[in-house]
Design a protein around this ligand. Structure first.
Ligand code: 5AD
Ligand code: FES
Length: 358
């Protein structure tokens, strides 16, 4: 019975690339209330096959890489889940200089990266002027590359300045689209309304925009996930980043259980069918919870990987969650490692910017 309904919903999703919120919730319930392992497997297989078909119709076997530069772990915010939250006194804080950031790009370019993602906590040291100077320098030296910023909530005016400095894309996960749930993950000074406004501004200004959420955060229900999917349908972002929640020992969520790999993979499949052209990373968090997590992410519909390009000396300090992988590897090692992994499942890394198609 529930397998039959599951198949109906999958068919509809594959055809129309959208379900209603109620249907998304039903799809999740069909899959995750099934206890028979054989049926679970069948359900996943059928979803992932469809997701790969869609993925390959749009992108072939190409996997896009983004060089991730974690340039500051100072953060003014205090999100309950995040290891670099301001109240965590145990983190050793660091900031990369413009020179260091630029050098990461030089190294990355030689390896074949054509997108650089500058990610950091919400750090007041990096004023609009400083950010613009960095972006400008990267874009002048590497005009064939895309620059993505992932530096949190700023004013529309700031976003406009970054765009004029040459920034191409902006990542700002919405984390959860449910008001109540948002307030369970964040202190009162942060609001979902503000977050959504930022995403709207970014989109209107003409960025390629990335939203996304964590899977398995404390208090998350299928209803919340269905709301996330509905919100994404409304926003129509160009990129969607999802990964399992992983607890960090020095946060209020230290004792909360991690999110599940299976649920994350399932949602990647659902996202691929819902957003055929979206750039969907197989995230480091997924690779942290399962040794083959990123490969399985690609096989569930993801088409992007974001290896670490940060200087090895600071990697340990950018720990949003415990046991993060790649903190002991050089950028060149991560690049090779990723290439091997991608090729082992029959896909190929391409030396391209990897813009949103069409
Ligand atoms: N587990 C998994 N992902 C996390 N992030 C932050 N903290 C955690 C955690 N404990 C994610 C958030 C953020 C992105 C940069 O990292 O979704 O947007
Ligand atoms: Fe960094 Fe595998 S991606 S070591």
């Amino acid at each position: 019975m529930s397998l039959q309904r599951y198949r109906e919903l999958l068919e509809e999703l594959e055809q129309k690339h959208r379900l209603t919120k109620q249907e998304y919730e039903e799809l999740l319930m069909c899959r995750f209330s099934t206890v028979e392992p054989g049926t679970q497997q069948k359900m996943d297989q059928e979803l992932f096959e469809k997701a790969r078909r869609t993925q390959q119709q749009v992108f072939g076997k190409k996997i896009y890489i983004r060089g991730l530069i974690e340039f500051t772990n100072y953060c003014r915010n205090n999100c309950y889940y995040c290891g670099i939250r301001r109240d965590n006194q145990k983190v050793e804080r660091y900031r990369l200089t413009e020179e260091q950031i630029f050098n990461c790009c030089v190294e990355g370019y030689a390896l074949g990266y054509r997108t650089f993602v500058l990610q950091g906590g919400e750090d007041a040291y990096f004023t609009d002027q400083r950010i613009c100077a960095i972006v400008n320098r990267i874009k002048s030296k590497f005009p064939d590359c895309a620059v993505t910023l992932s530096i949190g909530e700023r004013s529309r005016e700031s976003y406009e300045l970054f765009l004029r400095a040459g920034t191409d894309r902006y990542l700002l996960r919405h984390e959860t689209a449910d008001e109540m749930h948002y307030s369970q993950l964040h202190p009162a000074e942060l609001s979902l309304k503000r977050r959504k406004q930022c995403l709207k501004d970014l989109k209107e200004l003409g960025y390629q925009v990335g939203a996304g959420f964590m899977v398995g955060t404390p208090g998350q229900t299928f209803k919340h996930l269905a709301e996330d999917l509905e919100f994404l349908q409304e926003l129509q972002p160009h990129m969607i980043g999802i990964g399992p929640f992983i607890s960090h020992k020095d946060t209020p969520f230290a004792r909360e259980p991690n999110g599940s790999v299976e649920e994350t993979l399932f949602l990647l499949g659902v996202l691929r069918l819902s957003f055929p052209k979206a750039m969907l990373p197989a995230t480091t968090a997924l690779g942290t919870l399962a040794g083959d997590g990123r490969e399985r992410g690609i096989l569930a519909g993801a088409n992007v990987i974001m290896p670490n390009l940060s200087p090895i000396a600071v990697r340990e300090q950018y720990s949003l969650y415990d046991n993060k992988i790649c903190t002991g590897e050089e950028s060149a090692q991560c690049f090779q490692c990723i290439r091997n992994r991608v090729e082992s499942i029959g896909y190929e890394i391409v030396v391209e910017r990897g813009d949103y198609p069409g």
